[in-house]
Design a protein around this ligand. Structure first.
Ligand SMILES: [Zn+2]
Length: 271
């Protein structure tokens, strides 16, 4: 019986795989991507829906029209260039929303569900290039399947391999509505509760800045952005600061990346 489940697990999932992106940073490594793509996509879609519903109920969803159109314009400019890195990402159902919040944060759930908090734009008084640096970073986590990787690791840790296989096979059953509710709550827990690792952050910084540069945004804005972040005294660190105790190192790394992508930026500027 156990062997049968293991076989099913291997059959159902790709096991260890790597997210191959075309990029100048040579980012490629083996990732634990056991959670099937369709399951992660469903979880992300359902938990994003829950977030939107809740924000809407509190009258906090897309309140400031000019801010929303600015965020959408910048995001769409970045999304237009994602096929360069990952062809199939152009087929994702991208969504972009702004939530009124004091928090200085933004995220992109797996398969293109973007959320920007108004606090990020207002408290840091972000320029378009700086906003593109944050959104580009968040989009890159999705392109690199970091959410799926974190969910896979956490599910294996919580359930064990056999339990995970049983979970996967149960989810293929007919009890879809119940499964959807469970999936949404598990998805939200796994996505929001687990921070990205340092390695994932470094990868998202590199791909994010290259994406910004290819979309015509100045990559040096990432440096001014982190300088602004450093001055902020936030109780809850935003996603993009969560695993970086040493800001100086990151600013140095970002400066090096910005220099590297400067020629790409200059050749992709629209005059
Ligand atoms: Zn990040």
């Amino acid at each position: 019986m156990k062997y049968w489940i293991l076989f099913l697990l291997i059959f159902l999932t790709g096991g260890c795989a790597s997210t191959i992106l075309k990029n100048e940073s040579n980012i490629s490594r083996k990732q634990l991507l056991l959670m099937p793509e369709y399951m992660v996509a469903n979880m992300a879609r359902d938990s994003y829906r829950t977030v939107l519903k809740e924000a809407n109920k509190q009258n906090k969803l897309n309140i400031n029209a000019s801010q929303v159109s600015r965020v959408k314009k910048i995001s769409n400019q970045l999304i237009a260039k994602v096929p360069y890195f990952k062809t199939e990402a152009s087929q994702w159902s991208w969504e972009i929303n702004v939530e009124e919040s004091e928090d200085v944060n933004a995220y992109c759930m797996p398969y293109g569900k973007i959320m920007v908090y108004s606090g990020l734009i207002q408290k840091l008084n972000l320029t378009d290039d700086e906003l593109a640096a944050v959104i580009g970073h968040e989009i890159s986590h999705a392109l690199l399947e970091h959410g799926r990787e974190r969910m896979s690791t956490a599910a294996i840790q919580q359930l064990g391999l056999i339990g995970f296989a049983a979970y996967i096979s149960n989810k293929s059953s007919r009890n879809k509505s119940n499964a959807a509710v469970q999936a949404a709550s598990l998805g939200a827990t796994l996505f929001f509760a687990l921070p990205n690792s340092r390695m994932q952050e470094r990868e998202a910084d590199a791909i994010g800045l290259e994406l910004a540069a290819r979309s015509g945004f100045n990559p040096f804005a990432a440096v001014t952005l982190w300088e602004k972040m450093k001055k902020q005294d936030t109780k809850k660190p935003p996603e993009f600061l969560s695993t970086h105790p040493s800001d100086d190192n990151r600013i140095e790394d970002l400066t090096n990346l910005a220099n590297k992508f400067k020629p790409i930026y200059e050749s992709n500027q629209s005059y």
